[in-house]
Ligand binder design. Structure first.
Ligand SMILES: C[S@@+](CC[C@H](N)C(=O)[O-])C[C@H]1O[C@@H](n2cnc3c(N)ncnc32)[C@H](O)[C@@H]1O
Length: 274
């Protein structure tokens, strides 16, 4: 059961106060060090190394393309496109994200436009973008279908949509959240849905998980769907630090194990507008 109190305003308030990954970064928000730390966490082997992100987004083939990121956060993804000569536009529900993105671009000396807006009303004409992406956003919205329709409207025919959603059949959702509910006092007596909501912070109003089939159904007005799974760390698998470190030393890179490809937490879907 989804909580009835999830309004767009509660989602906005949460992300305004909790920009993605900020609680794990000691450097002052907006400082060059802040972005350096964020990028290091983002591109770590157990998260989304640059080569993997490039495989999903095609940064290195994006020169001259027009790209929109809905829920752009601090501008990480768009900065990778902009470095390669794409024309980039970001929208986000929060002023915090827009300020962070502008600051990131200023520090790097690259160009992009950013607006604080709900992605369900995109201020762009029809058939405008070559690529529209939304990474880690749709699973925080109770009814993402209108936002997906809006992303489709602004995409050119033949253009590409790219989304990342939390994966329903992931080791993290199926095993780790259950272990937390059994053994972690902070999670005890919580429902699986409440435990999931807390993934991005204790006050996060909503998170949802998608199977590949559910993700493709959400993007049903597109074609040529490709699903990829990633993000299952040795720390999550082995639970204790020393074993995870040993595994890291002797086993393949964490973003490249078959376990991550079947039971990873991050479900990436790309598709084309017919
Ligand atoms: C988990 S963060 C992901 C940020 C970024 N996409 C990334 O990959 O780092 C989710 C972001 O989506 C934004 N967001 C949530 N709902 C939105 C909406 N309806 N329209 C635009 N942005 C939204 C939040 O403000 C937040 O910045």
């Amino acid at each position: 059961m989804l909580p009835a109190t999830v309004t767009i305003e509660s989602v906005r308030r949460f992300w305004e106060d909790n920009p993605v990954a900020a609680e794990g970064i000691a450097a002052p928000l907006s400082s060059p060090e802040y972005f350096r730390c964020f990028d290091e966490i983002r591109e770590a082997q157990d998260c989304e190394p640059y080569a993997y992100s490039n495989l999903i987004h095609g940064y290195e083939m994006s020169h001259g393309k027009r790209v929109l990121d809905v829920g752009c956060g601090n501008g990480y993804v768009l900065s990778r496109y902009a470095r390669r000569g794409a024309e980039v536009h970001g929208v986000d529900l929060t002023g915090t994200a827009v300020k962070l993105s502008r600051r990131r671009f200023e520090i790097e000396g690259i160009h992009g436009s950013f607006q604080q807006i709900d992605g369900v009303h995109l201020p762009y004409p029809d058939h405008h973008f070559d690529i529209v992406c939304s990474m880690g956003v749709l699973h925080h919205i109770a009814d993402p279908a209108p936002l997906v329709a809006e992303m489709r409207r602004v995409l050119k025919p033949g253009g590409e949509i790219i989304v990342m959603l939390y994966h329903r059949y992931s080791y993290k959702y199926v095993v780790l959240f259950r272990l937390k509910r059994l053994f972690d006092p902070r999670y005890r007596s919580m429902t699986q849905q409440d435990a999931l909501n807390r993934n991005d912070g204790a006050a996060c109003p909503l998170a949802m998980v998608y199977s590949k089939g559910e993700a493709i159904a959400l993007l049903r007005y597109f074609d040529q769907h490709v699903c990829r799974l990633n993000q299952l760390s040795y720390r999550q698998l082995f639970l204790v630090g020393p074993l995870a470190r040993l595994a890291r030393a002797v086993l393949p890179s964490e973003c490249d194990t078959w376990l991550a490809r079947y039971f990873g937490w991050a479900l990436y879907v790309t598709a084309r507008k017919p």
